[in-house]
Design a protein around this ligand. Sequence first.
Ligand code: FEO
Length: 349
Amino acid sequence: MYDVRNIVEDIIWVGTNDKRLTLFENMFPIPEGVSYNSYIINDEKTALLDTVDNATRNTFLENINKILNGKALDYLIINHMEPDHCGIIPDIMALYPNIELVSSQKGFELLKAFYPWAKDTKKVVIKEGSTLSLGKHNLTFCTMPMVHWPEVTAVYESKTKILFSADAFGSFGTLNGNIFDDEVDFERRFLENARRYYANIVGKYGPQVGRVFEKLAGLDIKCIAPLHGPIWKENLGYILEKYKLWSSYTPEKKGITIVYASMYGNTENLAQHLSTKLAEKGIKDIEMFDISNTDSSYIVNSIWKNSHIIFAAPTYNADLYPNMRSLLTKLEYVGFQNKSRPFRKLFLE
Ligand code: FEO
């Protein structure tokens, strides 16, 4: 059964929701699922902006069929070649053999790697500042290398002032009919999901996200339509501010993350005692994690949020407890930095 919603009259969300996938990228638990957002611009020329993961193929094809209703699809715009967005490209090419694919040079290199047989398809190679007119709607392309793969582009539509932002400003969590930010309680349902998504997947590329902000500074943006999670049309300032903090590795709040490893409960006892002593000093917002039974993506999320971290672990084989070493390696891997700040001044004075 199809499942579509208008953003404006002729720009339609045709994405899908996936509640069956347990591990995003076969790594990150997503108990609340994930949405794969895709959009159709239905103008004199029609364009599909990205596709979805293969797992939700049937609904996606019904969505496209519902909106186009027999009309040809002129362009498939590929902003991101990761398989959660490019999984249905072969089906689209088979259904619309005259379609033109639009992507960056790097995007086409990846297309060729994933789908070698697609090399003879009609192509429009775009680069920074390239434009494409669909009739009333005019698109401008903005390259966003490493947010989160090298080929990524965003698209700005000047009539509606919608920015199709690829993975940027996205979140884990399905859209259960409510696809817009003003239809959901974002802080309750999505904030932890959005930060966990950012920190673990894009976190290493803070400087690249910073450069995107520089590029967007001159644009009048009324709506941000990412490839995952809610579409921002009311409170854009909220998510932009969060991204400025996250991408500059600036804590979102005054708080403490305590991560402990404990074989027989002694280091755990120490961590509990410490948390009580901190609480007695009036410190609020203490989050505590047993490293051995918490997926590291949740710990990385907490560390990205809070101003301070405490690590506590025993030794093992005359070295650091392996799960703690693994977390430290992960923090290095996601580019964790800028965490040196005075404790006493912030919490006790
Ligand atoms: Fe949503 Fe980078 O994939």
